[in-house]
Design a protein around this ligand. Structure first.
Ligand SMILES: [Zn+2]
Length: 293
């Protein structure tokens, strides 16, 4: 029997797996691949972002509730899930921003979370790893840290000299950044909504876009067709009840517009130990051939 292919995606908080690359991970899982989502932190610092959930007793039980939400989302996406067990750093707000709390994920010395991720990589043995780019894709210290830890673990996992106590070395073959928030995509959604006489939630976002900042879309090498899984993605997002307001911009673009205008999720290939040709339409391009040769 052919070996199943394995994909690992590394995220900072519970709900990031459902808002970034969720439809493509659901597709890979549905097509018979093994998919594991790793979450660096417990999301303890998240406040209640859904007014319907802002009621007594919820905030006190936040860590527990977020674990239940995450388990539901993983079930909906059809993926395995592991916690790395670090504490959410929170998004520092204010001018100047306050220091990050002692002991939080973003303040860990790099080798501490790297050891944990290396252990998970050696246990699951992914062929492909997905993480965020060097900006974190979103200016949160945990997202930037997630990037740093993933890069370090990608190189360390296959090296027998590093973290020898964390399991038998395993070298993943490809590493990608997930790019969800491209300006081009938002602009197309915005235009389609206005054409239909609908309200667009992107007006302000587009106006505030810093013109000197390159569109992440320019870095995309790999587009995964996954429109059939947009509903699954939305259902997984809604499972994070305390974080996701069902009336928010996450759900503002009707699915038929999304399917017509942007039926893919987009990735950037940053490391490859196999031969592949860009642009790609499959995260496992080149891996299939190597594993099943
Ligand atoms: Zn996050």
């Amino acid at each position: 029997m052919a070996e199943r292919l394995r994909l690992m995606t590394v995220h900072a908080h519970p709900d990031d797996e459902s808002s970034k690359g969720a439809a493509s991970t659901a597709r890979y899982a549905a097509e018979g691949n093994d998919v594991m989502v790793v979450t660096c932190t417990g999301g303890e610092a998240g406040s209640i972002l859904n007014p319907a959930m802002d009621r007594p007793g919820v905030v006190e039980k936040m860590p527990e509730i977020r674990r239940e939400e995450m388990a539901r989302a993983a079930g909906i996406l059809g993926v395995q899930h592991r916690w790395m067990g670090f504490v959410d750093s929170g998004l520092p707000e204010g001018d100047p921003p306050p220091p990050l709390p002692e002991g939080c994920f973003a303040r860990q010395p790099l080798e501490v979370p790297t050891a944990e991720l290396v252990r998970l990589v050696r246990e699951f043995r992914p062929h492909v790893v997905v993480t965020y780019d060097e900006t974190g894709g979103y200016p949160h210290p945990d997202h930037v840290k997630c990037h740093e830890v993933s890069m370090e673990a990608f190189d360390a996992s296959g090296d027998p000299e590093r973290f020898p106590e964390q399991g038998k070395p395993w070298q993943p073959l490809k590493l990608y950044y997930c790019h969800g928030f491209s300006r081009r995509r938002m602009q197309l959604f915005h235009d389609s909504l206005l054409e239909r006489g609908l309200e667009s939630p992107y007006e302000e976002w587009l106006r505030k876009w810093d013109g000197s900042r390159p569109d992440p879309y320019e870095r995309v090498t790999t587009q995964i067709e996954c429109a059939d899984y947009f509903e699954v993605r939305d259902e997984a997002l809604r499972a994070h009840e305390t974080q996701i307001d069902p009336n928010s911009r996450w759900f503002a673009v009707p699915l038929d517009i999304q399917r017509a205008v942007w039926p893919t999720e987009d990735y950037e290939l940053v490391r490859s130990l196999v031969d592949t040709t860009l642009p790609e339409d499959d995260l496992f391009a080149g891996v299939q051939e190597r594993v099943h040769a």
